[in-house]
Design a protein around this ligand. Structure first.
Ligand SMILES: [Cu+2]
Length: 525
């Protein structure tokens, strides 16, 4: 039972063997060694081998042509370690069958860190780290987070994608004053294993605080995870930032043209980070299959991810695994979205490949950046010199995603997006935009009238995309943010389970959100 709060792979000297975990939560669980935990996880998955089921991987078209690339070594390319350190706080197998409480403290405070080589920058950080510590949970965990705000401004922690009580959502209704503290208490529902993240959500200042360094990953694990437990797992938290010549984080003067540009486009930075590091290196062994959890923690950038010479097996989205894997060449990851990908090491020992973000035009022409059409390198994938390992079979069936039934929908909510407005209105905390009874199932029709994309996020309740421009979604998944491309309409279905309250919905381009492209859904008991 992995309960750990770990630094996600940022240290330049980090390796799987030696990287420390920065902070251990106080869990009311027995600590046992990692081997016992591995046994306790009891993963059940088909033991088919490739030779017995030759058609499976062929059907998935998952053997890409070998791409051997010669890329100059990046001297700022630290090793990217596994998402989970080998030694973390563990609970006993017995405890795994009981509800367990995970208790931890997170402190947001100003500090100075080296985000880029050769410079030290004033940042805001959770527990002194950018990104903040990775929080690992299991389904059924009761979670208590003691948040301490040592920032010079109000803040909060929003648990992006998690289903929890209103008072623990960390939205703009619940700011925590400078010097103040707040306890976030929630239980992780069964069936919600997936990849989530946390970040501040104070009214009008979310973009600023995330730009200053406040964001971190959450991994929720399940006892019945269908993927082989032996797959090495990597966490990739994607972000970008902008710096002034003196090394400080470049936050535009509100009266400047740059600020107006940010307000339109959303703030993008020219420096791209994976786990807070520029162009790190991830090692893979030839033949090995790795499980990547990718989080788009950027303020506005949309990633179009491709690994040269490789395909991905797309196995999960925001709220966990799909019913079946989907073979893809590339994947578009909107702001706030997550993806679980399997990467098969089809390269030769000693070779390398590069994970890139390819051009993606999310912009209106008037403010489209000049360099938008240039692929950007994110990560070097370095093959070890070890001989190839034997192929491993990936289950053809993953995790059930029961359909929310449109016949049960009692309302359709039309959300018309124009620049900085939803249904022509700007955010007002004193206003309720949508009122619905607890337990209702509803359809949301989000229509984007603008010539740029807007990623739409709903707090509190996960949803299923039904169709895009009338074209049915090819497969079901649990989502909490969906990118709505320019001039397109996305429909999703949602059920307001368990928790009444005032829940935000908003564009997740942080500048748009901060300028009021947000509304309130009140779920009444
Ligand atoms: Cu927007």
């Amino acid at each position: 039972m992995a309960v750990c709060l770990a630094r996600p792979d940022r240290a330049a000297h980090a390796s799987i063997a030696n990287r420390p975990h920065a902070l251990l939560p106080r869990a009311d669980s027995t600590r046992v060694d990692a081997d016992a935990d591995a046994v306790s996880r009891g993963y059940a998955f088909p033991t088919r081998t490739m030779s017995r089921r030759p058609s499976l991987l062929a059907k998935l078209a998952w053997f890409a042509p070998l791409g051997v690339l010669t890329i100059p070594a990046d001297r700022y390319a630290p090793e990217l370690a596994a998402a989970t350190p080998p030694a973390s706080v563990r609970a006993s197998p017995v405890a795994a069958t009981h509800r367990r409480t995970v208790e931890l403290t997170l402190t947001a405070a100003p500090t100075r860190l080296s985000l880029r080589p050769g410079g030290v920058t004033n940042v805001y950080a959770y527990d002194g780290q950018v990104p903040g510590p990775t929080i690992e949970l299991r389904e059924g965990d009761r979670v208590v987070v003691h948040f301490r705000n040592q920032l010079p401004e109000p803040s909060s922690i929003h648990w992006h994608g998690l289903h929890l009580p209103f008072t623990s959502d960390g939205g703009p209704f619940h700011p925590v004053a400078p010097g103040g503290q707040h306890d976030y208490v929630f239980t992780v529902p069964p069936g919600t294993a997936g990849t989530y993240w946390y970040h501040p959500h104070p009214h009008h200042h979310t973009g600023h605080q995330i730009a200053m360094g406040l964001y971190g990953a959450i991994i929720v694990r399940a006892d019945d995870d269908p993927l082989p437990a032996t797959l090495p797992e990597k966490l990739l938290v994607l972000s970008d930032n902008r710096f002034r010549a003196d090394g400080a984080i470049d936050l535009a003067d509100p009266r400047s043209d740059h600020a107006r540009m940010d307000a339109e486009n959303g703030r993008e930075g020219d420096v791209l980070f994976v786990n807070g590091t520029v162009r790190p290196t991830l090692t893979i062994r030839s033949g090995e299959v790795q499980r990547w959890r990718v989080i788009n923690a950027s303020a506005a950038r949309i990633y179009r991810l491709a690994l040269q010479g490789h395909d991905f097996l797309h196995v999960g989205s925001d709220g966990g695994l799909f019913e079946r894997p989907v073979a893809v060449r590339e994947i578009v990851l909107g702001v706030g979205e997550r993806a679980e990908l399997l990467v098969r090491g089809t390269g030769a020992p000693g070779s390398r490949s590069v994970l890139q973000t390819l051009p993606y035009d999310r912009y209106i022409p008037q403010t489209r950046p000049a360099d938008w059409n240039t692929p950007r390198d994110l990560l070097t994938v370095q093959y070890s010199n070890e001989p190839a390992v034997a192929p491993i079979a990936i289950p053809a069936v993953l995790h059930p995603v029961p359909a929310l039934d449109t016949l049960h929908a009692t309302a359709t909510r039309l959300m018309v997006l124009t620049q900085h407005l939803i249904n022509g209105r700007s955010m007002d905390l004193a206003r309720v935009d949508v009122r619905a009874p607890l337990g209702a199932t509803e359809i949301w029709e989000v229509e984007n009238l603008v010539g740029m994309d807007h990623p739409f996020h709903l707090h509190g309740f996960r949803f299923q995309v039904l169709d895009r421009n009338g074209v049915p979604e090819p497969y079901r998944s649990w989502k909490d943010v969906v990118n709505v491309p320019r001039h397109e309409t996305v429909r999703f279905i949602v059920r307001y389970d368990d928790y009444p309250g005032k829940w935000m919905f908003h564009c997740h381009i942080l500048d748009h959100e901060d300028h009021g492209m947000m509304g309130v859904l009140e779920v009444t008991p």
